[in-house]
Design a protein around this ligand. Sequence first.
Ligand code: F6R
Length: 590
Amino acid sequence: MCGIIACAGVRRASEILYKGLCDLEYRGYDSAGISVKRGGEIVTVKRAGRVSAIECARRLGGSAGIGHTRWATHGRPSDENAHPHCRGGFSVVHNGIIENYAVLKEELIAEGDEFISQTDSEVVVHLLAKYYRGDLKEAVLRTVARLKGAFALCILHEDFEGFVAVKYRNPVIVGCGNGCFAASDMPALSGIAARVAVLKDGQIAFACEGGFTFCDFEGNAASLTFSPLPPQARSGGTAGFPHYMIKEINEIPAAIRQTAAAFETEGCARAFAKLRRKKFSQVMLCGCGTAYHAALAAAYAGEELIGVPVRAETAGEYRYRRRGSLAGTLFAAVSQSGETADTVEAARTAKAAGALVAAVTNVPYSALTSVADIVVPVRAGAEICVAATKSYCGQCAALGLMFSALAGGRHYRQAKRALGEAEGMCAGAISHCAVEDVARACASASAVYFIGRGADYPAALEGSLKLKEVSYVPGEGFPAGELKHGPIALIDGGTLTVAVITDPALAEKTASAVEQVCARGGRAAVVCAEGCEPEGLRERAEFFITVPRSALFPAIISAIPLQLIAYRTAVILGRDPDKPRNLAKSVTVE
Ligand code: F6R
């Protein structure tokens, strides 16, 4: 939620900030703003709308500055609620939530302050102005000591030539090259910073022309090691594709290959050798949205492979459930960004209860990895489209490899081979799946329901999530067997039902559900793995898409037509699949 960026010691700060905000826009696109330092003066432009709404700010120039792209939490998207917030010579951008903002605001109003916005963030600039007596560091330290919640901040002051960056529970990456930089993520620093370092919770960076100095929230000096910007942090633009979503679907084979390669590193092999020596009595998988669906899909095969109970639950539910000791539990938190607040907090809770925590994540420097005992690598590369595509397949691959590595060498080798085959199958499915007719049917349907049994049930949930989030066509995912217990009442001639069938043992059962839909006048489409086709189903369903069959990684293969259907439906309906309404990619609020 929200992207922040800062630079100092540069020639045209506004150009750098504007480009950085375009790279960060996936984090929120309700409003945008930039403040730059020109001489002793701070100039600010901010507006409701996408980053392009402040295109004019590119010409501001300046030697230092800060920028923000917002996903609204407190206060609707408007010019007043847009960041930066300015007061008393300060300008501030914030990513996170100030949980005690109401108490602070009341105190500041009682002291005579007037507030311009409805945001929680505005209290930060008021506190800075209140505590500033000519010593910037002291004002920052006194301010952060008053804040509760989660905050990544970038701060300008008219008497300081650079910027200050603060990190607590939301990410800040600092970078140096021809100048000093800070941003919410690494892709926004690509092209400007040659070397980067990740601020830790409770650290503050002071950047000016001469470089960085660091301290903790008590003011003690801290040091950080910079390393070269990793190549996977570069997004590379849309590379000739009309949208990131379709570019990233095309990158699924590479995501699988790179994830498998990451398991071969020495560090990963050592971590799994250590894990195998532990005797787990259960495995708990947690995540939100698409990451939860990857966890649910992996739980089916995982339990069969390691022979102990494996359960999956959404992180937002798990973290508030009362539980006893989790000694002997492997808790795998699945998150593309590694930033999702519910997932990170669920991992913290599980760790406190005695579980061994694994972070299954695409971002090796994220908050989740700092909580975890071990990291299970997903290497999908930078994912810019708000809807997760290649990261889902990367997560399915990583979880499959994790369970097979726990089961032992023979299983791991088998899974590696199967994953190599799945990579080729994905490439084939991306170029051969004909989804256009189904997408047209989705675009004109009153609702689209997705059904599946066994591991095809999470695939159905994911197909449904993908379609609704990028096209806004309503619908739901159901276990195929549940249809007749209520949801079938929804079926009429205006609805489309998409059935996923990749397990020959369950194919006939799901086929009966399709029959029931057709018998009620509903339209039906089937995504079916080769060799799983129930007799006569092709004739009865209006649409039939065949995909290759991967016995170990079915969810990776069936995801491809489902993601393509969602993408094409969004395009047919004129939606922007990369930036669906009301959404943001990293949900760092609870
Ligand atoms: C859907 C989607 C979301 C995320 C969810 C968790 O396409 O992207 O449902 O999967 O917000 O995000 P991460 O994986 O970053 O924890």
